[in-house]
Ligand binder design. Sequence first.
Ligand SMILES: Nc1ncnc2c1ncn2[C@@H]1O[C@H](COP(=O)(O)OP(=O)(O)O)[C@@H](O)[C@H]1O
Ligand SMILES: [Mg+2]
Length: 246
Amino acid sequence: MPNQIVLKNVTKRYGERTILDEVSLDIDGGETVALIGPSGGGKSTLLRCINGLTPFDAGEIRVGPDVLPAGGNGEVASRVRRKFGMIFQDFQLFPHLTAAENVMEAPIQVLRKSRREAREQAMELLRRVGLEDRGGAYPRQLSGGQKQRVAIARALAMEPRGLLCDEIASALDPELKSEVLDTLAELKAEGLTLIVVTHEIGFARRAADRVAVLADGRVIEHGPPQQVLENPQVERTQRFLRQVLV
Ligand SMILES: Nc1ncnc2c1ncn2[C@@H]1O[C@H](COP(=O)(O)OP(=O)(O)O)[C@@H](O)[C@H]1O
Ligand SMILES: [Mg+2]
């Protein structure tokens, strides 16, 4: 499967502390997995390991055809990053570039597209995320929800097979949250593999094929949303859900 992700016994330590403890998880091509769990449980670290941004200490991660080994491999990591984009809570747009230029940057620099081709693609992607009239705006002139949709368009410009989303709606007001989450639901419908770290339990229930709960560096429970969210088997999951649902 070109867009499957398979983690086998992935272990990550920072100094003496074990941050990911033999995490194993299979994510099918086209599947949407909501990754939930208490703060500090290792969710961001896990996404960074999958994306090759952070090397891990033991185990193996297969992303499509590429196998990331323990200890890291820069060449494999950059191949993975071309195919599986990561989007962050704080957007990380280039402030000195317009929305369209932000979207054009990687296709020009990495894929060696012409400016003209990159611009046409950028306008098409901005249309897809509902921002066709904002291409000339700088990030400071955009709302949080618009900035996050530019960040999504920028990730899509690499024609990814999947996206890793780290709390991308957390900083947004409720109606802007739903703009961004609706955009994700559309990408799922188009067949992208999505791993979505989220505290939006409603989104997880509606859009995820599967929910995985990460706590203290372990996947303590995973399964279909109705099972994990409505009828969790593990006490730690029950406690976490009580906390986020208040
Ligand atoms: N670069 C780092 N150096 C040392 N410890 C880190 C680093 N990044 C994360 N951690 C620690 O790893 C643990 C998991 O963090 P993180 O993956 O950010 O959790 P989550 O995203 O679930 O809140 C936390 O205890 C955090 O302090
Ligand atoms: Mg995090």
